[in-house]
Structure formats: C-alpha cells, structure tokens
Write a protein that binds this ligand. Structure first.
Ligand code: TMP
Length: 213
C-alpha cells in the first residue's frame, strides 16, 4: 500500500497566543473529517526532545548561550523529524505540530539576534526541504499575550524576557508570514477562542484530503 502523503500543519505565535487551546479543538475538527492526526510539539515530541525542552525552558539555566539554544532547538527537531513527523506523513497521517522551524527564526533569530543565514543553513541540513503545508500564525499584541501568561502563572526561562524581545519575535513571525503568504495564514488571536478555531479549521480543511461532511 502506498498511501497519499499526509499534510503537515504547524501552529506558531508568541507567548499567550492561545496555541494550546486551539490545538485541541483543531485536532478534533480534523478527525471529524475522517483524517488520522498525529499531534506533537517543539521543542519536544520525543524522549530526547522532551528532555531538551526541560533544559531550554528551565528558569535555573539562565546562562544558556544563544548558539547553544539554537542548536538544541534543531537537535530536538532532527529527532522529531526522524521519529515522528516523517513516518507519520509517509503513512498518510496529518501532523499537527505546536511550533516548527519558524519559531527558531522568530526566537533565536529575531529575539536573540542569531544570523538568519545560519538558521537557514541548519534548516537545510536538518529539514532537507520539508516545510509545513500550512502554518497558522496566532498573532496577538505582546501586552495581551503576556497578560495571559501572567494570569496563568509559572513563567519559564524564555517567558522572562523583556517586552522588546517579544516585539522582535512578533515582527519576525509577521515578516515571515508576509514573505510566504501561500504557506502562512495569520489569525487574529485576540479574538475569542471559538472564532480563532473556526478560522483555523477552515484554513486546515481547505488543504483538501479530508472528507467534507
Ligand atoms: P511553548 O510550548 O509555550 O510554545 O514553549 C516553547 C518555547 O520554546 C517558546 O518560548 C518558544 C521557544 N522556542 C524557541 O525559542 N525556538 C524554537 O525553535 C522553538 C520550537 C521554540
């Protein structure tokens, strides 16, 4: 059997954009249309990746070098691609990924100032041309997102950065979306969650391959 390759969807956004809320609903919406979904996340999604996640988000490790941070993100990504994403797509499943390479451009590039060319080299090496078919960018003003994170509590090593860092992250995401409008769908994440989910589900189901009901 040679099933049609599955679709690869990533969900991106700044802190407090509402990715987690959206992902659960989106997964159910896709499954309702008869498609098997593999939901995963970055950094994380494998035994190695989850350990990397523990390291990069640990508030006790304040001194992680920006290059080391970037390489850790790509180490997690390499393992996730090998263990989860490529096999799932090859089996015809759809992959719903909470962040992917755009996050490295936004956080390590925009946020930390690592050169875009180096990130692009790592992307070529690790991802070998594999990109999401669709990237949903949950765009929200920094103050709104940070307000949600503060209300939730338990701030991690990256969430403690200054507003200026998150403004650069947001600007980088928006620039990338503007440069690749065919891949990105920008959603206004200050809307109520139900409205964001509806817009996201419409964009995902428009990819085709799901049986419309
Ligand atoms: P999240 O699960 O709340 O999105 O947390 C993941 C954090 O890791 C978030 O602050 C963004 C950050 N991150 C990067 O800095 N670079 C990356 O490449 C990825 C995937 C995530």
């Amino acid at each position: 059997m040679n099933p049609e390759r599955g679709k690869f969807i990533s969900v991106e956004g700044g802190e407090g954009a509402g990715k987690s809320t959206l992902l659960g609903g989106l997964r159910k919406a896709i499954e309702r249309h008869g498609v098997a979904v593999v939901q995963t996340r970055e950094p994380g999604g494998t035994a190695l990746g989850e350990r990397v996640r523990g390291l990069v988000l640990d508030p006790a490790l304040r001194g992680i070098d920006a290059q080391a941070e970037l390489l850790l993100m790509f180490a997690s990504r390499a393992q996730l691609l090998r263990e989860v994403i490529r096999p799932a797509l090859d089996a015809g499943h759809w992959v719903l990924c909470d962040r992917f390479t755009d996050a490295s451009y936004a956080y390590q590039g925009g946020g930390r100032g690592q050169p875009t060319a180096f990130i692009a080299d790592l992307e070529r090496w690790v991802c070998t041309g594999l990109q999401p078919d669709l990237t949903l960018l949950l765009d929200v003003p920094v103050a709104v997102g940070r307000g949600r994170v503060a209300a939730r509590g338990g701030v991690d090593r990256i969430e403690v950065e200054a507003d200026a860092f998150f403004e650069r992250v947001r600007a980088t995401y928006r620039d990338r979306a503007a440069a690749e409008p065919q891949r990105f769908r920008v959603l206004d994440a200050s809307q109520p969650p139900a409205a964001v989910l509806q817009a996201a589900a419409d964009a995902v189901l428009a990819l085709g391959g799901a049986c419309a009901t």
